[in-house]
Design a protein around this ligand. Structure first.
Ligand SMILES: Cc1ncc(C[n+]2csc(CCOP(=O)(O)OP(=O)(O)O)c2C)c(N)n1
Ligand SMILES: [Mg+2]
Length: 201
């Protein structure tokens, strides 16, 4: 958690110095989620991130230097400086990409889980997304398919209460945008306080 916080703070400083190429979405305050899930992952499990994916990618063991160099657009970045903050990917560590289109990666994570199921590899896909993604059609399609096909995929909504400038409560009728809808698809909803590293539910 400390390492992830340090990385984000440094990225923020470099961004203010205009050294970060493109934009950068930080996850300051969300470190416990990245640190917690990574402990449970097998080395060959899959992670799918949003554009706010520095922590999730680093927690899988991706190189911090490679990630920072990527933000700066350098040739020694993990994607040779071509992807930047919003596209961090490190397949060797199971980090299967960061996706800038809200909700786009939920069906892709379901597809990766399906491949694991077909190959009987025992791998699990974990897919992170924001509260805003729960109002995108792909969220509902992916959850439904995951249950119907019993796919080894875990969907994790990081509810920071906002989608850009819009409070999620102003556009969503239920209190817990992902968990309250998960039951409708036959998924067990689990609520965790992401700011409490010791929280279970
Ligand atoms: C399909 C799509 N629509 C709109 C956008 C513009 N956009 C970028 S971030 C964002 C808000 C997403 O909020 P949320 O899912 O809660 O994630 P957070 O940024 O809070 O982590 C929007 C609307 C986008 N990237 N993709
Ligand atoms: Mg949000």
């Amino acid at each position: 958690m400390v390492e992830l916080r340090d990385f984000e703070q440094r990225a923020y400083e470099l961004f203010l110095e205009n050294l970060v190429r493109g934009t950068s979405h930080l996850a300051l305050g969300q470190e416990a989620i990245s640190a917690g899930y990574a402990v449970a992952m097998r080395p060959d499990d899959y992670t799918f991130c949003t554009y706010r994916g520095h922590g999730h990618t680093l927690a899988r063991g991706a190189s911090m230097a490679g990630a920072m160099a990527e933000l700066l657009g350098r040739g020694n970045g993990m994607l040779h400086g071509k992807g930047g903050s919003m596209h961090l990917t490190d397949v060797g560590h199971g980090a299967m990409g960061s996706y800038a289109i809200v909700g786009a990666h939920l069906p892709i994570a379901a597809g990766a889980a399906w491949s694991a199921q077909v190959r009987k590899s025992g791998q699990v896909a974990v897919c992170f997304f924001g509260d805003g993604a729960t109002n995108i059609g792909a969220f509902h399609e992916a959850l439904n398919l995951a249950v119907v096909w019993k796919l080894p995929v875990v969907f994790v909504c990081e509810n920071n209460q906002y989608m850009e400038y819009t409070p999620i409560g102003s556009v969503t009728a239920v209190e817990h945008p992902a968990a309250d809808r998960a039951s409708a698809y036959g998924l067990e909803p689990i609520l965790v306080d992401g700011n409490d590293a010791g929280s279970k539910r």
